[in-house]
Design a protein around this ligand. Structure first.
Ligand SMILES: *Cc1c(COP(=O)(O)O)cnc(C)c1O
Length: 350
């Protein structure tokens, strides 16, 4: 069942809202005992890479597209670091309307670009960063009367609350810490709204601390000033002026959480750790929280024994180029069993 059907009572649906669905949501909350042991916490990863377009963006996009259709929209427009465009293009294809996506030229992971093109969107590469592309998209949407499906669209954040509801249902309560990467800051705000709503409905007994993690080269919520030239290997969070900064600051302040930043090197090392000791391949941006937890552990700022949920926002397969810069190549052999056995012996491979 897709999110609109599953959470119909909690979403702003009317009799006229089309029940759009790509069977999004209901993603696995994966226990990560080997990684958790290293950190001294009980650790889970909510693997949003299992969504139909491979990231959490589908949770909000399904509602934004349904409401756009309800309002009579003829086309979708968005600016994107990659995953919003992949998601918008997928839903536009599913419902049969055109989709125009603006991307920062040369700064989008290969898999995400392939997705938007395959789903049939018109892809426009803008000379400039995400923030510039967003400004242009807003103006174009206004001028043409098309539906803008960036996270400035309130339905995006509303749909994304569903991630918090699923976590609470799986754990039968909220975790102690909710660790999440922060780019445009919509997701952390949506999760906080989702947890608060479940608390108000008395489905959970407490609220988590909201721990937001940014890349050092794009950390406006850590430095408390916009970052004019954001730069990070984690392209999904390469954002200098977050649209939902105020909501995110409130979420962190109200929950007793924190914003922290991590370097690209720490992000990539966490990506390898998650894959090699968790069995989960998430894209670089998704690994900022794990990088941050490792850093907090190293500086004695991670309480032991707490329950921590990390949001693994996107699938590692979206960015194979970055992954391949960090790992070795296949071990090559001829076609003899002896050569093979030499490798299969314990200690045979370096
Ligand atoms: C969009 C995105 C983020 C950032 O989410 P915000 O709501 O913009 O803070 C993080 N990781 C991935 C994989 C994303 O696609």
């Amino acid at each position: 069942m897709g999110l609109l059907a599953r959470y119909a009572q909690l979403l702003p649906l009317t009799a006229a809202t089309p029940m759009v669905s790509l069977e999004e949501g209901n993603t696995p909350l994966i226990p990560l005992p080997r990684v958790g042991r290293e950190l001294g916490v009980e650790l889970w990863g909510k693997f949003e890479g299992c969504n139909p377009s491979g990231s959490f963006k589908d949770r909000g996009m399904v509602l934004a597209v349904a409401k756009a259709l309800e309002a009579g929209a003829r086309a979708l427009v968005c600016a994107s670091t990659g995953n919003t465009s992949a998601s918008a293009a997928a839903y536009a294809a599913a419902v049969g309307i055109p989709c125009f996506v603006l991307l920062p030229a040369g700064k989008v992971a290969l898999g995400k670009l392939a997705q938007a093109l395959m789903y049939g969107a018109t892809v426009i590469a803008v000379k400039g960063n995400f923030d510039k592309a967003l400004e242009l998209a807003r103006q174009a949407a206004d001028t043409c009367g098309y539906a803008m499906v960036n996270s400035v669209n309130p339905y995006r954040l509303w749909g994304q609350r569903s991630g918090a509801w699923e976590i609470c249902e799986a754990l039968k309560d909220a975790p102690d810490w909710h660790a999440i990467p922060v780019g445009n800051a919509g997701n952390i705000s949506a999760y906080w709204a989702g947890y608060r709503e479940y608390r108000r409905l008395e489905h959970i007994s407490r609220l988590p601390r909201m721990m937001g993690f940014q890349a050092e080269g794009a950390a406006p919520l850590v430095t408390n000033e916009p970052c004019p030239n954001p730069e990070t290997v984690a392209t999904a969070i390469r954002i200098g002026n977050p649209v939902s900064a105020e909501l995110a600051r409130a979420a962190v302040a109200e929950s007793g959480g924190e914003f922290n930043s991590v370097t690209d090197e720490e992000i990539l090392s966490a990506q390898r750790l998650l894959a090699a000791k968790g069995g989960v391949f998430a894209e670089p941006a998704s690994c900022a929280p794990l990088a941050g937890l490792c850093k907090l552990k190293a500086t004695n700022r991670l309480p032991s024994g707490i329950k921590v949920v990390m949001i693994l926002t996107g699938n590692g397969l979206k960015d194979p180029d970055t992954a391949m810069t960090q790992v070795g190549r296949p071990v090559e052999i001829g076609d003899s069993l002896d050569e093979l056995l030499a490798i299969l012996k314990p200690g045979g491979v370096s």
